[in-house]
Design a binder for this molecule. Sequence first.
Ligand SMILES: [Zn+2]
Length: 220
Amino acid sequence: MTPPFVDVEHIRRQGQGGAYERGVAYFRDGAVRTVAWDPGSSVIESVVDGSARSSYRCRIRLDIARRDRPIVSTFCTCPVEADCKHTVATLLASNRLAEAVPGGTRQPDSWRQLLASPAGTEPARPATGLALGVELRQRVRRSASRWAPVRVESASPRSLDQLGSDVLVGLRPLERSARSDGWIKGTVSWDVLRRAGNTFEPGQARRVGECGPRQSASRH
Ligand SMILES: [Zn+2]
């Protein structure tokens, strides 16, 4: 039987402290050797290659009825024991099985399914979410001299109090934090969004990027 699809946001939340990013890399490298889904116990079992010669076994219990938290528990035989990169890679591999069989038509005999990478296809890579943030900025003169340059900086309640209230409103891109699930400045900028090969979902990156300032290179 086909495993249920687990939303990537739940997997991201499970793999905190960098386990998610490392798990994505493990999955992409094909470290997940086998994935099996047992609908009776609602458990995914897997074998994942470790960094050394060893391989680890993972068990992940799901409860799809719990929409806000479908991952009940994770266990791994590695030293971390739970919520590790191996369990993240397992969930991504399990999702790929779920996606590979629309409607779940696979025969229920596949208790042990070998996860083979179809030749020439790149695994779908989970993209970082993007949002547009509104930021208060203010014109700041960092020196008492009236000839000192005026700069535009991000405003905070404190700086507004200290430096006056010559305030502007600006837009900036924000990215979804893998750690807190909140919107953060992170590594995203208008320039990053325009660069090819960034880790953001291409459609989102284009739409958010269109809200940014015009590219200086387009002048000539
Ligand atoms: Zn592990």
